[in-house]
Write a protein that binds this ligand. Structure first.
Ligand SMILES: NC(=O)c1ccc[n+]([C@@H]2O[C@H](COP(=O)([O-])OP(=O)(O)OC[C@H]3O[C@@H](n4cnc5c(N)ncnc54)[C@H](O)[C@@H]3O)[C@@H](O)[C@H]2O)c1
Length: 256
């Protein structure tokens, strides 16, 4: 793992799941980390545990003032900002014909506007201070629709395109922006689905590796994207899904 001593990172949604795993990787590499989340209790627990290396900020990524304050607090505490991981996300599912405007707005605001506001203010600082690297967490659903996930899938497709637009605009400022598209990952977000045996089996039918990924298996590729080894990777989408995306064809292997 690259040594990140003297480097500073923001992780939104860092109090749980994929974001939490990214925070652990960053701390392990010696970086200073600002964790932004709504989960106050978990945030203060993390701050106490990693006193000095981690600051927390109760942040709602859908509020521009919160994101501005997050970047300012990070720079004030640690003297700069080199990396940002925009991970916060969740959804309120619903069939298109039934979904309320409120639930659509909740999902799209959190998953898409939240990433826009984060990239905006992270890059605003980075562009005047030598550059940086940003990783947005989209989803395999950016490419693959799911039942009752129109808002989520549309927002995640938006995150992928936002990532490309940001790479295009920000390359001149020495800022790289890339996306990770996770498949199924074992986190509190998916627990309600995967603990139902029949639903879990339906997922496993589709995933050639026959298992969900771990949060740390998303954190590793995210760390690659900010590393020197990825210095020419910009505007890319890295699918991390146990080969799920390539499994659209019927499984003919049992007939051969
Ligand atoms: N778990 C999966 O299978 C999977 C697959 C593809 C994409 N993703 C994406 O990965 C990201 C992380 O998901 P996860 O599975 O780790 O979920 P998670 O529920 O474990 O963690 C999400 C975190 O985001 C925080 N959060 C929610 N709303 C927020 C807001 N408005 N402002 C700030 N923080 C907020 C939550 O408090 C939580 O700590 C999400 O964007 C999700 O869409 C997850």
């Amino acid at each position: 793992m690259e040594n990140l001593a003297n480097k500073v990172a923001i992780v939104t949604g860092g109090a749980s799941g994929i974001g939490y795993a990214i925070v652990q990787r960053l701390l392990g590499a010696g970086a200073k980390v600002a964790v932004a989340d709504l989960n106050e209790e978990k945030l203060s627990e993390m701050e106490k545990l990693h006193n000095g290396a981690l600051i927390s900020s109760v942040t709602n990524v859908t509020k521009e003032a919160d994101i501005k304050a997050l970047v300012a607090k990070t720079v004030e505490a640690f003297g700069g900002l080199d990396y940002a991981f925009n991970v916060a996300g969740a959804s309120k599912p619903g069939a298109i014909v039934d979904q309320s405007e409120e639930d659509w707005d909740f999902t799209v605001d959190l998953c898409l506007k939240g990433v826009f506001l984060s990239v905006k203010h992270e890059a605003k600082y980075m562009k005047d201070h030598g550059g940086g690297s940003i990783v947005n967490i989209a989803s395999l659903n950016a490419h693959v629709p799911m039942f009752y996930g129109a808002a989520y899938s549309s927002a995640k497709a938006g995150v992928e395109m936002l990532t490309k637009n940001a790479a295009l605009e920000l390359a001149q400022h020495n800022i790289r922006v890339n996306a990770i598209l996770p498949g199924l990952v074992m986190t509190p977000l998916t627990q309600g689905l995967t603990e139902v045996e029949a639903i879990n089996d339906a997922y496993m039918d589709r995933i050639p590796m026959r298992r969900a990924g771990t949060p740390d298996e998303m954190a590793g590729p995210a760390m690659f994207l900010i590393s020197g080894d990825a210095s020419y990777v910009n505007g890319s989408s890295l699918i991390v899904d146990g080969a799920w995306a390539v499994s659209g064809y019927p499984d003919l292997s049992k007939f051969m």
